[in-house]
Structures are given as structure tokens and as C-alpha cells.
Design a protein around this ligand. Sequence first.
Ligand code: PXP
Length: 239
Amino acid sequence: MAKLGLNVDHVATIRQARGGVEPDPVAAAAMGELAGAEGITIHLREDRRHIQDRDLEILRRTVKTKLNLEMAATQEMVRIALRIQPEQVTLVPEKRQELTTEGGLDVILNAKLISDTVKRLKDGGICVSLFVDPNQEQIKAANKTGTDYIEIHTGAYAEAKGWKEQEHELEHIDTAIKLARKVNLGVNAGHGLNYVNIKPLAALGGIEEYNIGHSIMARAMLVGLDRAVRDMVELIKYA
Ligand code: PXP
């Protein structure tokens, strides 16, 4: 059955807005696990705009399910990952000016850097996933890097206007899942997923883990984190 990886970056974003100590993403992660999340995802950005090194250190000691660290393929981040030992690293592209991760990795253009980074992480005992658009050429290139998983960028699907466009994007994702599974890559997915668009996606099958942050935290503000996580877990598991 597919799993929810709860992304707690937004909790840190609110904390950083005041530069104080609350709300604490560590507390949100613990509550999320109690409510049924089977993984905790954080993105340690180069500019430390939300998650801080302190969060990563504490979460490594407190997360009981699976810690998934999203990061750029830089020397600094690889050193941190090898020391902290998250269960999984998801390599993502990072631009300073973006509001959130805007597109998948260009694995074709950055094949050597990504392959070398995948090797260093895997040699250090960490499972690796590459965040890629649902594009066949990118997935073939991802497979050549030796990665264990891909995470399909679902942004285009989430932003599709109208059912026809959404169905078109869903077809791209379905083709991507089938290609990845054929070459024995595990498949995760994330970005822009919410309580409505998760249903047709989950019904496709073949996705092991959904990394979701914004929509869960937005709902949590109104109904509480426990309820927001439980509702999403149910949609993922029983689609
Ligand atoms: N997966 C990856 C690789 C991401 O970069 C993000 C955004 O931080 C997410 C999943 C979660 O996206 P959202 O907050 O839109 O659910």
C-alpha cells in the first residue's frame, strides 16, 4: 500500500517568519507519525529559508518511520547527508529565487554530477531518489545514474486547468510510472498534491510514496494536523 511522506517544511516557514521557536517542525513530525504518516520529508535548502540544521539533527533522532531529506546535489549537502544518515535522500534542483521547487532535475544535462552524487550517497548506505518531470528521456537518464527511486514531479498535473488537461497530464504520469517500473526503479510522487487531485493519481497504482506538504498544512490550520494527516492517509491508501 502506498505511503504518505509528510513534508513539514511549511511549519518551519511559519517559525522563520518571526525568527522564533514555534511552531516546531519536530513536534509536527511526531504528530504526523502518530496520525499515520509513514515518512517525514524535509528540504534543507542552501539558503536555510525554512528547515534549519538543528531541525535535521533532531529529526534524525526522533523520526520513527523514515526520514527523507530533499537536497541539492552540492558538496555541502552530500557531506551533511552522509553524517546524518537519513533513510532516503531525494535530489532536487534548487534556485534561490524560486518560491518552491519549480521543476524536476535535468538529469540529461547534469548526468555526471548526479551520477557521482548518487554513488557517494549509495556508498554511504543511503537510498536515493531523483525528483524528475514525467518525461521519458529524463527517466531513462535517471535510470543510468544508479538511483533507487524517482519522485515524479506532479506540478503540471496539479496546475492543469480543467479535466481534459488534467487527464492529459495524468497520462504522462501513468506512462512515466510504467517506464520506471519496467526498468526496476521505485516510484514516488509529489508537488501540488491535495485532497482532490490525489484521488485519480492514487487510482493509477504503482506509486509507493507521496510527499505532500502544502495542502496538508493548509488544512491543518483549520481542522488540526491529526485530522488533516488522517484524511490524506485514507485517500492514499483506499483510492
Ligand atoms: N516533493 C518535492 C521534491 C518537493 O520539492 C516538494 C515541495 O517542497 C514536495 C514534494 C511537496 O510539495 P507540496 O508542498 O506542494 O505538497
